[in-house]
Write a protein that binds this ligand. Structure first.
Ligand SMILES: C[S@@+](CC[C@H](N)C(=O)[O-])C[C@H]1O[C@@H](n2cnc3c(N)ncnc32)[C@H](O)[C@@H]1O
Length: 275
């Protein structure tokens, strides 16, 4: 990674919890009965929001006895979804300390505190024992990490033999360049996109067996078209996490990502592999 401060500075933009509570009140949500569905437009901080998380869950296919690891968990939306859907335990780890505070609070408010826990830490050196987790996933995190070999090796270390890993992320496409800002980086200096081929080679070199690879470009474009139509009808878009977290740069960041996916400069992929 370029520098931990670059990453955490990029994602820490002030009173996130207050802004989120205000947005939920504006949606008419009863904060005393907060559900993961109420939070979904805001706490899934990756392309296609809950739709993509659902697909990652389908690939993981966990059981209630499992303990999952969410690497780069953000404010915890995917972790809460997995715990709610499978009845399993989830540990989330993220570099950005303010995200951990918000993740804890939201988890307490949604009544999932017994099964979902979060801790601040770096994915490159996690304070976790070897061979602990039944499965792991990471959504839109690797784009902030330069040391991909270190990233894959560290995930491999903490997984049990036979455990699944799902990576859902943007890879570097063959067509043109990504324009910045994006939701994951203000400038190209903080962005570390790998091609899908590089990612598959890196995972294999770390010891993983690749099971499936899906290019989700078509789904991303369709999701963006639907969101645009909703806004044109005067509705709130389905996915409002980037606006919540990035404020003034959000619109440019989302436009640049949509343009990169459309042009082929960036390719969204979902990779299932096994230790
Ligand atoms: C785009 S957000 C995605 C958050 C979450 N995975 C989600 O989908 O809602 C990227 C997250 O990766 C985290 N991150 C980046 N580099 C990291 C690292 N080296 N270790 C742990 N977390 C990291 C950031 O702090 C940020 O929360």
């Amino acid at each position: 990674m370029s520098c931990e401060g670059d990453v955490t500075g990029h994602y820490s933009k002030g009173a996130l919890l207050d802004a989120l509570m205000a947005a939920l009140r504006d949606d008419g949500v009863d904060l005393d009965r907060l559900s993961i569905q109420d939070l979904a437009p805001y706490d899934q901080f990756h392309g296609r929001g809950l739709e993509a998380t659902l697909e990652v869950a389908d690939l993981l296919a966990c059981s209630a006895d499992d303990t999952l690891l969410d690497i780069g968990c953000g404010i915890g939306g995917p972790a809460r979804y997995m715990a709610d859907r499978f009845g399993c335990r989830v540990v989330g780890i993220d570099l950005t300390a303010p995200f951990i505070g918000v993740a804890d609070r939201l988890t307490e408010m949604t009544g999932l505190g017994g099964r979902v826990t979060f801790r601040q830490g770096n994915a490159l050196s996690m304070d976790l024992d070897a061979q602990t987790f039944d499965a792991a996933y990471s959504m839109n995190v690797s784009m902030n990490i330069a040391d991909k070999a270190g990233f894959y090796a560290e995930i491999f270390r903490v997984l049990k033999p036979g455990a699944s890993l799902v990576l859902s992320e943007l890879s570097k496409g063959a067509e043109g360049d990504v324009q910045y800002p994006t939701p994951w980086a203000l400038t190209p200096n903080e962005s570390f996109l790998a091609t899908s081929e590089e990612t598959l080679e890196g995972l294999t070199a770390a010891g993983f067996t690749i099971v499936t690879v899906e290019d989700t470009t078509a789904q991303s474009i369709a999701y963006g078209a639907n969101a645009k139509a909703m806004v044109e009808r005067g509705e709130k878009p389905p996915h409002r996490a980037v606006q919540l977290i990035h404020g003034p740069i959000a619109l440019d960041a989302m436009r640049n990502t949509a343009a990169a996916v459309k042009s082929g400069a960036a390719v969204p992929v979902e990779i299932l592999c096994r230790k």
